[in-house]
Ligand binder design. Structure first.
Ligand code: ADP
Length: 235
């Protein structure tokens, strides 16, 4: 159930947006993926989820390689992309049913009920997605990412746009999902990393500058705050 990334690279013309990065994400642990804007986080996540072909290197999801088994890999992964693209004209339940069908799920009605409860969408479940606030749209994005109960969750800034209460709810949901799944989340928020993550990778200008556990990162940097460590590594 691990994610193993080996020398993964994506070039846009001359620019090495992702430059031969290698890391591993393990089941039952939450991996924080940090880096300044433009560092290559979204590009990496898009490659892991099969939405973007790498220039070179490989990634293995639960023993399947993304290049040779893209469809099988998509079934194993739940992906919340950056800025959650959603069908705004669809109703929440209609959209979740549509996603469930694309995965060929059985007991779709029951699963929709479950995920609506899990992500806290009960109050808004009968609305059109376009009518929802940013935080609730984000919850719909999370619901579609987990509806097929994937072993691996890849979440690109999952708490962006949430108010403090929503933030606490969604963090605790991610924490509980992380107990038995492999979770990779990108975020800019250091408190989030402290609250959620066991391990961390930091990317700067396409290159990995840290790949360790939070505890070891702290030890290596004489217990400095994550904020200070991040600044020092991504200057
Ligand atoms: P992050 O998610 O860390 O903010 P991205 O992965 O979105 O960073 O972007 C990494 C770099 O690749 C940036 O310099 C960005 O401008 C560039 N980039 C991303 N997508 C494209 C694209 N489709 N064409 C050209 N350059 C791109």
């Amino acid at each position: 159930m691990s994610v193993i990334v080996k020398n993964l690279a994506k070039h846009y013309g001359e620019q090495k947006a992702v430059n031969q990065i290698s890391f591993e994400a393990k089941p039952g642990r939450i991996l924080g993926f940090l880096g300044p804007n433009g560092a290559g986080k979204s590009t990496t996540m898009k490659m892991l989820t099969g939405y973007l072909a790498p220039t070179s290197g490989e990634a293995e999801i639960c023993n399947l390689t993304i290049q040779t088994a893209p469809l099988a890999v998509k079934k194993l992964i739940g992906y919340l992309p950056e800025n959650t693209p959603l069908y705004l004209e669809m109703y929440v339940r209609e959209f979740l049913g549509f996603v469930a069908e694309t995965y060929g799920l059985k007991n779709i009605a029951q699963r929709i009920e479950e995920v609506i409860k899990l992500v806290g969408l009960t109050q808004e479940q009968h609305k059109k997605i376009g009518m929802l606030s940013k935080g609730y749209k984000q919850r719909v994005g999370l619901a579609q990412a987990i509806i097929h109960d994937p072993q691996v969750l890849i979440l690109d800034e999952p708490t962006s746009g949430l108010d403090p209460n929503q933030l606490a709810d969604i963090r605790s949901l991610i924490k509980s999902l992380g107990k038995d799944k492999t979770v990779i989340i990108s975020t800019h928020i250091m408190q989030e990393v402290e609250a959620l993550c066991d391990d961390v990778i930091i990317i700067n200008k396409g290159t990995l500058v840290a790949n360790t556990s939070i505890a070891d990162l702290r030890k290596e940097h004489q217990q400095a705050s994550l904020e200070e460590i991040f600044k020092a590594l991504t200057r």
